[in-house]
Write a protein that binds this ligand. Structure first.
Ligand SMILES: *Cc1c(COP(=O)(O)O)cnc(C)c1O
Length: 405
């Protein structure tokens, strides 16, 4: 044997060498800041099976039914990102020979189409004009003339900041035509209305780290009573093991073993859901609406342009056009280094994005973020009127203390 040098431990690598002294304010497209209660819950490890966990799961189900607005008991947690929940939906409803109409507004909605292709489904993509929501009339035409098993769409397309405002019409007409619907509500759930039962949605996907204001890596998915038999009575082989809903329901519905559930993350989710329930959906939607509108108007008052027209504009993530000649990466670095505020760039579009999900929609976070944005834009050469923007923010938020504090 050739003698080799031993593999030694690296020098001490304490996290506080790389973590900032003061956490940066996460105002991007996710992950979002978590409350102290969520952070505390996330620091606890308990047994994944047994009485305590059973109670946690039961409460997660009951609180989720409120948040998803469904009476269906079929709420499943996923140890994985929002994308794993997307994959669970796709994998359990689609297989070779199945036909899907995939509504594509951008990066995340096209991911659903890509996943459908990977499981061998026959995918038809409907792409609304760039920057616009899906049109229910056009979808109805496609559905009437096609022979689809499933339609997929996002409520909010986080990448280009488009809102599919005709979601309810689309899922209801899909239901009338016998087509199952999969809705990605990762960035929108609990920030704006989504009535799973009333809108006859069959599958709603959400992640932890966006609208729900929990941690990344543990997600939730809700299945309607209507779609459940399709999944349970499937005879086609299921290629996934972790994402097989029938196996996952052993844990989530029968309190048996599937895999070791991400207990800490589920406790965090429990706390995040609890906070939504305490606030009530009504108040929470209003808070998000008021805060996002105030931010949007303040950005315009400052002299910057929003990327999407009002009728198709997503409130949960706001897209701002980067002025000609301004380097967006430099704006983000400047905001992060000098003002300790992080916002997001984009996937190839000439925009930067500010999130309005969960704790991001608080007055004090808006003032700090708008100020950081304005100062950094200015130092990167944009001609803007920051005082006008700050004044507009104050004008709108001034009377809303009770709601936005
Ligand atoms: C972020 C996001 C996802 C993906 O979530 P991950 O946790 O990053 O996998 C999917 N859909 C939408 C609409 C999103 O905003």
């Amino acid at each position: 044997m050739i003698p080799t040098t031993p593999i030694l431990p690296p020098k001490d690598l304490p996290l506080n060498n790389i973590l900032p002294d003061e956490p940066l304010l996460l105002m991007g497209a996710g992950p979002v800041p978590v409350s102290q209660k969520v952070a505390m819950a996330n620091s606890v490890v308990i047994n994944h099976l047994g009485e305590t966990m059973n109670k946690v799961i039961e409460r997660v189900r009951v609180m989720s039914q409120y948040v998803f607005q469904t009476r269906s008991p079929h709420i499943i947690g996923v140890a994985g990102p929002g994308s794993a929940a997307m994959e669970m939906a796709i994998t359990n409803l689609l297989w070779p020979g199945r036909k899907v109409l995939s509504i594509n507004n951008g990066f995340f909605s096209s991911r659903l189409a890509e996943m459908a292709e990977r499981v061998g489904a026959q995918v038809t993509v409907y792409t609304p004009p760039a920057g616009h929501e899906a049109c229910a009339k056009e979808v109805e035409e496609l559905i009437s003339n096609g022979d689809f098993d499933v339609v997929t769409m996002v409520q909010g397309e986080t990448s280009c900041t488009v809102w599919n405002s005709q979601l309810a019409q689309i899922t209801q007409l899909a239901h009338q035509h016998g087509v199952l619907s999969i809705v990605d509500a990762v960035c929108t759930l609990s920030t704006m209305p989504l009535q799973m039962d009333d809108w006859q949605v069959d599958v709603v996907i959400t992640g932890g780290q966006k609208g729900l204001a929990s941690i990344p890596g543990v997600s939730l998915i809700a299945f309607s009573e209507h779609v459940w038999p399709v999944i349970m009575e499937r005879t086609v082989p299921m290629p996934h093991w972790c994402l097989d809903v029938r196996l996952a329901s052993e844990f989530w519905e029968k309190k048996g073993y599937h895999y070791t559930a991400p207990v800490s993350g589920i406790l965090a989710l429990h706390e995040a859901l609890r906070q939504v329930c305490l606030e009530t959906l009504e108040k929470r939607f209003e808070r998000h609406l008021v805060c996002s509108n105030a931010l949007q108007m303040a950005i315009e008052a400052m002299g910057l342009k929003l990327f999407i027209e009002p009728e198709s504009r997503l409130n949960s993530v706001v897209g701002i056009v980067v002025p000609e000649g301004v380097d967006s990466a430099q704006v983000l670095t400047n905001m992060s280094n000098l003002y300790k505020v992080e916002i997001s760039g984009s996937f190839g579009l000439p925009i930067i994005r500010i999130g309005q999900m969960g704790e991001q929609s608080r007055a004090h976070n808006l003032y700090r973020t708008l100020h950081a944005l304005g100062m950094s834009m200015k130092s990167c050469g944009a001609s803007i009127d920051l005082p006008a923007g700050m004044a507009e923010l104050e004008r709108i938020l001034d009377t809303k203390d009770d709601l936005t504090a």
